[in-house]
Design a protein around this ligand. Structure first.
Ligand SMILES: NC(=O)c1ccc[n+]([C@@H]2O[C@H](COP(=O)([O-])OP(=O)(O)OC[C@H]3O[C@@H](n4cnc5c(N)ncnc54)[C@H](OP(=O)(O)O)[C@@H]3O)[C@@H](O)[C@H]2O)c1
Length: 409
């Protein structure tokens, strides 16, 4: 039996791949088909580099021999695979992880649609030829779009309040495709919705970035372009202790976002995979007895499976939201001498504030959220996996600090 993974060169995908290849993984002999861009040799080199960080020990040569790399592009018809490659990939395929996506807050909507929606369609079309395979589709908790408050249930898939950015909308549409495919084919699938993934683990340069790196870089760039004074440069050189440079940033100071540790998210996803692949195997053999009930609680599945909607959606989220004020405080600790004032309006902005406003316009709406995420399916699936530890200022500071700037242990 084989596993298929898209997005293996990305921040989350390389962690999923490490878990699939880890010592003690449930099925240590399965081939892992990796679909991604570049020639098979280039893709293999990138994938091997992406799983290579030293702690805990990376996959060894035997584990890496399980990799089969195929050149594929989510934006191309049929993913750009030849009929022969499709036959190799779908032969005895058991599990499909569709993790590849364009995760960009500012990319143009057409490219986002082609990658995230048509790419998902391309993966599902491929999986039509692998009738025993269970699909795990990596989505995002941000499919809830502009919804600011309340408790988002895992079964909610509602676009009534619209979306902040096209990325969210394409991930929402991709979820709808999964539902439609399951209804059409009678297959089952699992949708995994992580919130914003973070890590404080040091990994070598050149490996995929986490979203917090982008935030730290925005601040760094603003300080670097502090054209009117030397304050920004002094802060960047770490020489501004005891002084304060206040920068007003548009946003809601009382907002809160769900951040979740990537290590926890991957462990939880592995547990969901085990449960769901077991449940779908059970369902295949039980089909004759299942069809006379409308709703069926399957003890092997984290979800109450519905004959008409055999999709299980799982929030892979932290039990507690992280206040925006804590992120602000960690950024101030990362850049001593800088005071960030998050405020709904910034009248008469300084040139530096005007630059910050321009470069964070797409982010400020996220500070207005305070919604929470239901974790019923998640908790059923992960069993005794402990909840992730609280995210405190020290954790965020480590996550925001690049390896070369961290104090040595
Ligand atoms: N990171 C988060 O905080 C977060 C939170 C919630 C949900 N998610 C979801 O998690 C998944 C993975 O995100 P990530 O953080 O790992 O993103 P990432 O680091 O940007 O990685 C994206 C992956 O998708 C691949 N990809 C992009 N366009 C492609 C194309 N046209 N053809 C083939 N492969 C393509 C990339 O390949 P290249 O290396 O060739 O570019 C890369 O392997 C996504 O579905 C995302 O929506 C992420």
């Amino acid at each position: 039996m084989a596993v298929l993974l898209t997005g293996a060169t990305g921040f989350l995908g390389c962690r999923i791949l490490r878990a699939l290849l880890a010592d003690g993984a449930a099925r240590p002999d399965e081939p892992v088909h990796v679909l991604g861009r570049g020639t098979p040799q280039e893709l293999r080199a990138r994938v091997e580099a992406a799983v290579s960080w030293p702690e805990p020990p990376p996959p060894g040569p035997d584990a890496l021999r399980r990799l089969r790399c195929f050149t594929a592009d989510l934006t191309r018809p049929g993913l750009g695979l030849t009929p022969d490659e499709r036959a190799q990939i779908t032969d005895d395929l058991r599990t499909v992880w569709h993790c590849g996506a364009l995760l960009s807050l500012q990319a143009d909507p057409v490219t986002l649609y082609r990658t995230n929606v048509l790419g998902t369609d391309g993966v599902l079309e491929l999986v039509n030829d692998a009738p025993a395979a269970h699909v795990l589709h990596v989505s995002t908790a941000f499919v809830a779009g502009r919804r600011r408050s309340g408790h988002v249930r895992e079964d909610d898939l509602d676009d009534a309040e619209g979306f902040h950015i096209p990325y969210e909308e394409t991930k929402h549409t991709a979820e709808r495709l999964i539902h439609a495919w399951c209804r059409r084919t009678g297959r089952t699938a699992t949708i995994l919705r992580p919130s914003l993934l973070i890590t404080d683990r040091r990994v070598p340069d050149g490996l995929p970035e986490q979203p917090l790196d982008i935030l730290a870089r925005l601040v760094e760039n603003a300080l670097r372009t502090d054209a009117l004074g030397t304050g920004g440069a002094r802060i960047l050189r770490g020489e501004a202790h005891g002084t304060a440079m206040t920068v007003r940033v548009p946003g809601e100071p009382a907002g809160a976002l769900n951040l979740v540790q990537a290590d926890y998210a991957v462990s939880a996803m592995m547990r969901v995979m085990e449960q769901r692949t077991a449940a779908s195997t059970g369902r295949d053999s039980d089909t004759d007895t299942d069809t006379d009930t409308d709703t069926d609680t399957d003890s092997n599945s984290p979800c109450d499976s519905h004959v008409n909607s055999p999709v299980c959606t799982v929030h892979v989220t932290h039990p507690h939201n992280t206040p925006i004020a804590l992120v602000r405080s960690a950024l101030e600790a990362r850049f001593p001498g800088l005071t960030l004032e998050i405020t709904p309006a910034v009248p008469s902005p300084t040139p530096m504030e005007a630059g910050v406003i321009a470069s964070t316009a797409h982010l400020s709406a996220y500070t207005t959220q305070n919604r929470t995420y239901d974790r019923t399916h998640l908790l059923r699936a992960v069993g005794d996996l402990p909840d992730p530890s609280p995210i405190d200022r020290a954790y965020l500071l480590r996550a925001l600090t690049p390896p070369e700037a961290q104090p040595s242990e």
